[in-house]
Design a protein around this ligand. Structure first.
Ligand SMILES: [Zn+2]
Length: 244
């Protein structure tokens, strides 16, 4: 039995439509945010990551959809992805048994510290859902070593704390510790590489203005932003890019 709940890092983009009245979020959006990586958990440069797809619960169209979405990162990094059927890999992907739209992933090489019997990433079951590609790309961002963009200590999101804890518990099932780990600012530590970016990161949750003071909000972006690409190129620079 796959123990999805044993994932030590639960990174989960809650469904955008989950927060009520999200459509009225036509508020001016702050652009003062940053991308975040954790270099100690980056994979070796120019390496190939072996990615196991548990073949007993994935058909070919599903595997193809995952590969297609994940490959969006490849033009910007010096790593290769080797997808293999079965249970043996640096990264082991299973389908999310708990939530139709969510996913989770270990951060970078944290996957190597996990039990070989456990998945290191879970993805939604429905690969035909319009949000599927985004969730795959977001989780692969974590797998490459990226943290959530909204957790930068300079993000200055004016959270309404009571509503944050209640909202993410109700929508995403996160307890207080889960909210602190996935939503609230990270410590200002040398452990992290904080980069400037454009505010439209794949690694930024949608932020409902119902969870903040002053109507602060952020919509969900379903493609790699300039900031995501800048982070990827810095974390895993291609040789040709390094000389230009
Ligand atoms: Zn995440």
């Amino acid at each position: 039995m796959i123990a999805v709940s044993s994932l030590p890092v639960f990174h989960y983009p809650p469904a955008a439509s989950s927060f009520e009245n999200i459509a009225d979020a036509a508020q001016p959006l702050s652009r003062n945010r940053r991308n975040i990586g954790e270099p100690a958990k980056y994979w070796p440069q120019d390496s190939t990551i072996k990615i196991a797809m548990y073949d007993y619960d994935m058909d070919d169209p599903y595997v193809s959809a995952v590969k297609k979405a994940a490959s969006e990162w490849l033009p910007h990094i010096n790593l290769k992805f080797e997808f293999v059927p079965g249970e043996e890999g640096d990264v082991r992907i299973t389908q999310n048994i708990n939530n139709e739209e969510g996913g989770s992933s270990a951060i970078g090489t944290k996957a190597l510290d996990m039990s070989p019997a456990s998945p290191t990433m879970s993805l939604p079951r429905d690969h035909t859902h319009p949000r599927f590609k985004y969730v795959v790309m977001h989780e692969f961002g974590h797998m490459l070593g990226a943290h959530h963009a909204h957790q930068h200590p300079d993000a200055n999101i004016p959270w309404d704390m009571d509503k944050v804890y209640e909202g993410y518990n109700r929508i995403a099932g996160l307890d207080r510790k889960g909210v602190q780990k996935n939503v609230l600012p990270l410590p200002r530590s040398d452990q992290y590489d904080f980069l400037p970016y454009d505010g439209d990161s794949l690694m930024h949750y949608e932020i409902s203005p119902h969870l903040t003071h002053g109507g602060w909000g952020q919509s969900e972006n379903w493609s790699l932003s300039d900031g995501d690409i800048a982070w990827a190129k810095k974390a895993y620079p291609k040789a040709e890019a390094a000389t230009s």
